[in-house]
Ligand binder design. Structure first.
Ligand SMILES: Nc1ncnc2c1ncn2[C@@H]1O[C@H](COP(=O)(O)OP(=O)(O)OP(=O)(O)O)[C@@H](O)[C@H]1O
Ligand SMILES: [Mg+2]
Length: 324
């Protein structure tokens, strides 16, 4: 394994009962990278990060595959050792962050309690660290913010607090799950710029999860496209977005106005729903919605996997598009 690898997931399957939620997922992220995960609602983006962070919901369990965090295989570790490794190396800015902070607890407690609990320093050091981080994420008056309840802060401020909180243990990787969904456009841009700034100044790697492909295209060097619990395509972000190979990636991109789309035609829609059942079938999971579906899609699909490009489609050709 490369020693700049922060997280590697190999063939990971998560089930609730016997129903697969994500199936046979390979994923990795290296030091300093910004990596995107795209896909419709329910495709398993959050579940993938939960298995990496060892915070699966009670009714879900990892049944196959292996997750390696900072060079350590998680399968062999006790829960306590996993927690220690994860809380010291990885930070989460969770989905629905605007409601994530506890409404009845002042920001200071929310920021420093975990730090003190994990014996990373004294209360005084924790407060100093929290103030410094709030400044670093663009909050001018940390003292006031530390003394506030979440409802006294704007959505953008709360998101900055969440990011500062995730940085309390100086993680090597931040996982940002839909980090801007609940924010207005201007604030979204500021929060995204903040992530880029943190990536540049702290060399912290970032997993950025979003429905917004434009956003992933602008900020990520590599991208994974998930569909129904599977990675259907991954690779260099420019390559995937400029020359998508999987019919699902093509369909997703065609939904973005202004990208590869004929603006004289109505916005394309992707008919059908992301399937919940049989996600662990070896035939193509996208076939029922795929405009190119054929007999081969009902057989076991062998992915194309070369030069950092992965495509789970029997008709995929990983060669770049010829430029005339
Ligand atoms: N606690 C749970 N028990 C059983 N199934 C669950 C549980 N949580 C999520 N799921 C299922 O797991 C699948 C993946 O959900 P996940 O939340 O990872 O999707 P997502 O890609 O993050 O979607 P969104 O974009 O809406 O956040 C979905 O089919 C969902 O219904
Ligand atoms: Mg999610």
């Amino acid at each position: 394994m490369e020693n700049n690898r922060l997280v590697q997931a190999n063939g990971v399957t998560v089930r609730a009962g016997d129903q697969a939620l994500i199936y046979n997922v390979d994923f990795h992220i290296d030091t300093n990278e910004i990596v995107g995960i795209a896909g419709e609602s329910g495709s398993g983006k959050s579940m993938l990060t939960k298995v990496i962070l060892n915070i699966l919901p009670k009714d879900c369990r990892q049944t196959d595959g292996e997750v390696v965090v900072l060079g350590q295989r998680m399968n062999g570790l006790t829960n306590q050792a996993k927690d220690k490794l994860i809380t010291s190396g990885l930070g989460l800015v969770p989905q629905n962050t605007v409601v994530y902070l506890h409404p009845l607890i002042k920001i200071q407690s929310q920021m420093i309690d975990g730090y003190i609990h994990r014996k990373l320093g004294s209360k005084k050091e924790a407060i100093e660290k929290a103030s410094g981080l709030l400044k670093e994420v663009g909050i001018d008056d940390p003292k006031r913010v530390l003394n506030s309840y979440p409802a006294q802060l704007s959505g953008g401020m709360r998101q900055r607090v969440n990011i500062a909180m995730a940085l309390m243990s100086d993680p090597k990787l931040l996982i940002a799950d839909e980090p801007t969904t609940a924010l207005d456009c201007v604030v979204q841009q500021q929060v995204l710029d903040l992530f880029v700034q943190l990536n540049q100044t702290r060399h912290v790697a970032i997993i950025m999860i979003s429905h917004n492909l434009d956003l992933l295209r602008a900020y990520c060097s590599r991208v994974y496209v998930m569909y129904a619990g599977r990675i259907v395509e991954s690779g260099n972000a420019d390559a995937v977005f400029n020359d998508p190979k999987h019919p699902y990636t093509k369909a997703l991109l065609s939904l973005i106005p202004g990208l590869e789309v004929d603006k004289t035609k109505p916005l394309a829609e992707l008919p059908g729903m992301v399937p919940e059942k049989d996600r662990d079938r070896t035939s193509c999971i996208f076939a029922p919605r795929c405009p190119k579906a054929a007999d081969a899609c009902g057989q076991t699909i062998q992915p194309v996997d070369d030069n950092d490009r992965y495509i789970l489609c029997p008709f995929a050709d990983s060669k770049p598009k010829e430029v005339a």
